[in-house]
Design a protein around this ligand. Structure first.
Ligand SMILES: Cc1cc2nc3c(=O)[nH]c(=O)nc-3n(C[C@H](O)[C@H](O)[C@H](O)COP(=O)(O)OP(=O)(O)OC[C@H]3O[C@@H](n4cnc5c(N)ncnc54)[C@H](O)[C@@H]3O)c2cc1C
Length: 465
């Protein structure tokens, strides 16, 4: 189908996360020659995993879910029996109690002190009614969260937590942050659940534009975690004649007259270049634009420099015990990490038998000590878990540190204006598309990333006709 010896330029897909892999499958299945360039030594990006001593440590870890019948069919046919259902449990440790998440009314009522519950209830009702009548002249995430939860619950559950996890206060966030990332707890929640039930039953195509991050549909993983899904996607690209180049860091995109001509990358220390007929970018949109030669106009460069990401350091522990945490995901507020997961509770196959793996997530900036000092990160997590009486030092078999520099786009106030400039700069390119979590600077889940990959491929195919 595809002539690998041909000298015809290929479509270069930058990044082999869910978006790049989905675009690769879509294009190769339609007879296009593609090469995926991936800086890591494995595919999957944020949804990938690191294999050590027979175990896979995941960033997260991830679960697959979608209400889109086509996507679900694609992944189930790719994975067959390897896809297993997963029952998610989430808890937040707060004021000595574990609360369910998203916040449940019952937990708020029975686990907070009675006077706080009364204050919280009055404040919730007041903000709910006031929010229907009056809106502030300029919204930010603080105004939205107060409207969702009332002042008291906002102060207790969100203000300090968000500030410590993200490094900025809710008032410094665009309203889009609260709308896309924080689930609501109000009367409308019930209606939302009814809608979700209907979607589960009848299935509906998901939209990638203005997607609001939420978990919908049944949850799936594999005995090796989500990373096995991304590995199978890469296998499919290769089976269909595509190329996946690992340890290949893209450094430059050569352009001429609004057309991408070639990509420069460094692989195993060697600088290489490939001519390309088109590009699908899944790298951070701002970094891709700053790699262009010649550089885009000054306003685009300025907008590219304004976008910021929050990083995550993951500390993985192999523990000699079948289960450590009260839930598969547990959130803590006063520890070095904000979330920790217990991988045995996801159904992962873990060796030696009778052990589990924990992955703690430390949210930070790349200038912080946790990002730059492995021992500091490991020590902090271990001491916090011991202080919580969740494990003893002797039960820990091994510890590892992994990093994700671009874990979360930070929706600072007015980021939308910078992003619009960057998206327009790419739209002006005649043979380039940008897609994915980093590529569109959007909180999305893996199924939306895959769908974005398909859609970007379709747009390129349409342009090439
Ligand atoms: C902690 C966490 C937990 C999550 N949990 C879930 C979940 O349970 N379920 C779910 O559906 N979604 C989850 N998500 C969201 C999910 O990870 C993303 O939506 C999805 O992985 C995005 O895929 P992507 O391909 O767009 O981006 P990425 O996965 O970021 O892929 C981009 C790729 O580009 C590569 N790259 C970057 N720079 C270069 C360069 N210069 N040269 C070459 N390659 C480069 C990167 O290495 C990476 O492989 C989670 C996200 C986080 C941060």
């Amino acid at each position: 189908m595809i002539d690998q010896n041909s000298n015809e330029p290929v479509i270069a897909i930058l990044g082999a996360g869910c978006t790049g892999l989905a675009a690769g499958i879509h294009l190769t299945q339609r007879g296009f020659r593609v090469v995926l360039l991936e800086k890591d030594d494995h595919v999957g990006g944020l949804a990938g995993g690191v294999r050590i001593n027979g175990n896979t440590y995941e960033y997260g870890p991830h679960t697959f879910h979608t209400t889109d019948p086509q996507l679900l069919a694609d992944i189930t046919s790719l994975m067959g029996d390897e896809l297993i259902p997963y029952n998610r449990t989430i808890k937040i440790k707060f004021l000595g109690n574990y609360f369910k998440f998203p916040l449940a009314m019952s937990d708020v009522l029975f686990k907070l002190p009675p006077q706080t519950v009364i204050h919280a209830g009055l404040s919730f009702i007041w903000h709910f009614i006031a929010g229907r009548i009056w809106k502030p002249p300029e919204e930010n995430s603080e105004t939205i969260l107060k409207r969702y939860y009332g002042n008291v619950l906002y102060e207790i559950f969100f203000k300090t937590y968000i500030t410590s996890v993200w490094g900025i206060t809710p008032a410094e966030f665009s309203p889009a942050f609260a709308r896309e990332r924080i689930p609501r707890m109000n009367i409308l929640e019930f209606l939302g659940k009814l809608k979700l039930g209907a979607q589960r039953r009848f299935g509906s195509t998901v939209k990638t534009d203005s997607y609001v991050e939420k978990v919908e549909g049944n949850l799936y993983t594999t005995r090796q975690g989500f990373s096995l899904i991304t590995q199978r996607m890469a296998d499919r690209v290769i089976d269909c004649g595509g190329q996946v180049e690992l340890n290949a860091t893209v450094t430059r995109i050569y352009c001429d007259d609004n057309r991408a001509q070639a990509v420069e990358y460094i692989q195993d220390g060697v600088k290489k270049q490939i001519e390309c007929s088109a590009i699908i970018n899944t790298l951070p949109i701002n970094e891709a634009l700053l790699m262009m030669e010649p550089l885009p106009e000054a306003n685009v460069v300025k907008a590219a420099q304004a976008l910021k990401f929050r990083a995550l350091v993951f500390v993985g522990l192999l523990v000699r015990r079948p289960k450590v945490l009260p839930s598969s995901f547990t959130y803590f507020r006063q520890h070095s990490f904000n979330r920790i997961s217990d991988l045995a509770q996801f159904g992962f196959h873990i060796t030696p038998e009778g052990s589990t793996m924990l992955v703690a997530e430390i949210s930070c900036d790349v200038k912080d000590r946790a990002w730059n000092d492995d021992d500091f990160a490991k020590q902090g997590v271990l001491e916090d878990l011991i202080a919580e009486k969740l494990l003893t030092r002797e039960e820990v078999i091994e510890m590892h540190v992994f990093r994700a520099r671009h874990a979360y786009p930070i929706y600072t106030l007015h980021y939308e204006q910078h992003l619009a400039i960057l998206l327009q700069a790419i739209a002006d390119m005649v043979n380039m598309e940008t897609a994915g979590r980093q590529g569109r600077f959007q909180y999305i889940n893996t199924h939306i990333a895959m769908k974005m990959g398909y859609e970007a491929a379709d747009r390129l195919i349409a342009k090439s006709k």
